[in-house]
Every structure is written in C-alpha cells, then in structure tokens.
Design a protein around this ligand. Structure first.
Ligand SMILES: *Cc1c(COP(=O)(O)O)cnc(C)c1O
Length: 412
C-alpha cells in the first residue's frame, strides 16, 4: 500500500505530485516542455520503444507532466490507468477509433453532448452501426443489444435536460453480456460519482470542465477501471496482446488512439488542469449548493415554465440521483415563459456569463437551441425536449444572494 492509498480524496490529490518524489522537492510536477528524450546507452532507447523498459520516447505519446496528471485522475477515479488527450472529444474519438472496426455495433445514449452525438454519426460513415436509446432505462439498452454490440456509451447527467442514466442497471447488463461500458463522467466528476462502483469499464472526463474548473485549459482523460477483461475482446490487435492483460485496452488506446491520431495534451495545459483539480471537491460542492438554491427559486418563479435539475424532487430521476451521486451537480436548465426573449434575459444577467463552456467557477448560461444544439435541427431538438426558450446554466461559486437577485431582476 502506498502512502496515498490510505488518504482521502482531497489529501491524496493535493499531495499526488509530491508523493511521487519529483525533482528538487517541488510541490507541483514541473512543466516539461521537451519533445524528445535521450538515454546514455542507445540500447535503452530501443528498449523503451519496444516496451521492454519504461521511459519516454516522444512527446506525442508521453510527457512527464502529462503522466503526473494521468496518475492523479487514475487515483481520483479509482482506476488502473489513464490516458490524457488534448480535449474531451479527442478522448472519446480516439478511444472509439482504437477499439472499433467496420461491422461493429454500439449503443449510445440518445441524450448526449452535441459534439459526441455528431461524432457518433460520423462513425456510421465507416460502417459502425449506432443505436441511440434512452439510457434512463436499462431495459431500453437491453432491447438494443445485438450479437455485434461492442460497447455502450452513456453520460451520467445529460446535457441540457439533465436526464440521469440508469448507470447501475446498465452496468449489470454490460457485465452480463460482456460488453464494454463507457461512462462519460464529465457532468458529475469523480467527486460526485465514481463510475467504477457501477461496473464501468472505461471512464471519460472532459478535464476542461469541472476538473480544471477555471475555463483556462482544454483537456480530456480516458480511465480504465480494470473491470473489463480485454482477453475476451475480439478487437485487440495481436501486437498488443503482450504482458499484463488488464493493460491491453490501455495499450491499444495509447498506440492506435493517442499515438496514431496525435491529439496530445500539452504540458502547460496539463499543469493548469492539475492545479485546478486540487480544489475540485470544494468548488463543486459550493456550486451544487448554489445550483439547488437557484433551482428552488426558479421553480417558484411564475415566469419560468420548467426547471430541469436532478436535485429537485420534481425531477423524474431524483431518487436515482440521491442513490448514485454525492450531490446532484451544478448543471441545470430553465425554460423561460414565452413572454420573455431569452437573449434579452441573458443580457440582463450581470454576474452570469453567456458562454458555451461549463464547469467554470463562474456561472455560465447559454440558449441551447440557438447555439450548441442549433446544428441538429428543430425536429431532433424537439425529440430531446429542447425548446427555443431553454437556457442551460452551469452554476458557479458566486455569492448565492447575488445570483438570485440577478435572476429576480432579469425576470421582471
Ligand atoms: C464538454 C464535454 C465533452 C467534450 O469535452 P471537450 O474538452 O470540450 O472536448 C464531452 N462530454 C461532455 C459531457 C462534455 O460536457
């Protein structure tokens, strides 16, 4: 047992870099910008390339600063290995590219981050079948399983209508059918929810959001929980069936995904994200407390038609939220009354930023139908419950009185 195994989430993360004994006794892993790495004996370089010795060969595949961040997220998620990417989208795209081939079938939540939805539709062009189903129901997922189903992909809390997937039910199903289970934990982060507890095989985190927390760096992470037996997966190349089988999936994702696609996380961004991650629990707890109070205010307000927030008893998956998550998170959406112009409303909110990002310390708001969900068209939007007057809010850590006063004034 290492020192950090005995520590709590926050302590272990605060001391993660130092416990790994970095150079000069520094508290943060330094930002290593070198792209190349050298060895006194050229044979060592060959051994590193052949995977016989651990070490660094080229910055597209590995970097000491980025590796330190990978280790932090592995620790936060309770996984066995993580692979960092330039963005959350790169993590998802590179992973699926590394694992799938023509003729494979995947089941995805129908309620997805817009760009993930767009990405999965692109996979169809390469002969991967995709079924979009309502993942709030494990039965709906079960009904979509085919003999060639390779993986199930779902988010924890969907954006923008905040549906909460049947994460446990799907986990049991995937385990029974030996299907890879990928959970995008971006909305909850490992502080509110650990997908490993419901049997996830792989976990996606967009580090850009709550883990980084300050809207100053992009990044994505893919964590293997160690629960899936890669020896049973038909899509592992013979080349990567070497050594510890629990790492075959990670090896293939690193080689075919990260190395060949090259969506590498830079060391400066990794440093920003690592420092941001140190306050993740404090920020998300505070933001969640704010979100609940704001949601309660909005639910009572006569000029707001609907409030979508899993922390409200009126939310269809409120009980599941309480069962699965430490807290219901900082993401909510509100549907304004038709008498309000959503753009005028946003312009009146002085301490809320109109922006597409989320998970920032500042409260961010966006009219979804006109922006992030514009491209998918009115019909698909309607099927997802997204009206033209729907505003998505990523609640920040401001003084709650300021937020509520701001909303109160803007709604008048
Ligand atoms: C933002 C987001 C992503 C993509 O992350 P980027 O870092 O912006 O590429 C993926 N999934 C979810 C749920 C997200 O919110």
């Amino acid at each position: 047992m290492t020192k950090s195994d005995k520590q709590g989430f926050i302590t272990a993360n605060l001391h993660a870099d130092r416990n790994a004994k970095p150079e000069h006794g520094v508290l943060h892993k330094p930002v290593h910008t070198s792209v190349a790495f050298s060895y006194d004996d050229a044979r060592d370089l060959a051994a590193v390339f052949q995977g016989k010795k651990s070490g660094f060969n080229y910055g597209r595949q590995q970097n000491p600063t980025v590796n330190a961040l990978q280790d932090r997220v592995t620790q936060m998620e309770g996984g066995i290995a993580s692979t960092a990417f330039a963005t959350g989208m790169a993590a998802i795209g590179s992973t699926l590219f590394a694992l799938l081939k023509q003729g494979d079938h995947i089941i995805s939540s129908a309620f997805l981050f817009g760009n993930t939805n767009s990405l999965f539709n692109s996979f169809k062009k390469f002969g991967v079948e995709v079924s979009f189903v309502d993942t709030t129901s494990a039965e709906a997922v079960a009904a979509a399983i085919q003999p060639n189903t390779r993986l199930v992909f779902t988010e924890t809390i969907a954006n923008p209508v905040t549906q909460v997937a049947d994460l446990k039910g799907i986990g049991e199903l995937c385990s029974k059918h030996n299907i890879i289970y990928i959970v995008d934990n971006t909305m909850t982060s490992p502080w509110l929810f650990k997908p490993v507890t419901v049997g996830a095989s792989l976990i996606v985190n967009s580090l850009t959001k709550f883990i980084g927390g300050h809207g100053n760096a992009l990044g994505g992470m893919l964590t293997d929980t160690g629960l899936y037996d890669w020896q049973t997966y038909p899509g592992i190349d013979d080349t990567y069936k070497k050594g510890d089988p629990t790492l075959w999936g990670t090896t293939q994702i690193r080689k075919k995904g990260l190395r060949d696609f090259g969506a590498t996380l830079g060391p400066e961004a990794a440093h920003h994200l690592a420092v941001g991650s140190e306050t993740l629990p404090l920020r998300i707890e505070r933001a969640t407390d704010n979100a609940l109070k704001l949601a309660q205010f909005c639910e009572r307000h006569p000029r707001i038609n609907k409030v979508f927030y899993p922390g409200l008893p009126s939310h269809p998956q409120h009980e599941r939220t309480n069962e699965l998550f430490r807290k219901p998170g900082a993401l909510m959406s509100i549907e304004l009354d038709d008498s309000i112009d959503c753009f005028d409303f946003l312009n009146k909110l002085s301490c809320v930023v109109a922006s597409s990002n989320l998970g920032d310390v500042r409260t961010l708001a966006i009219p979804v139908a006109h922006t992030i969900f514009y491209e998918m068209g009115a019909e698909r939007r309607a099927s997802m419950g997204i009206s033209d007057n729907l505003i998505r809010l990523s609640v920040g850590i401001e003084d709650i009185d300021d937020l509520i006063q701001n909303f109160d004034e803007a709604l008048r």
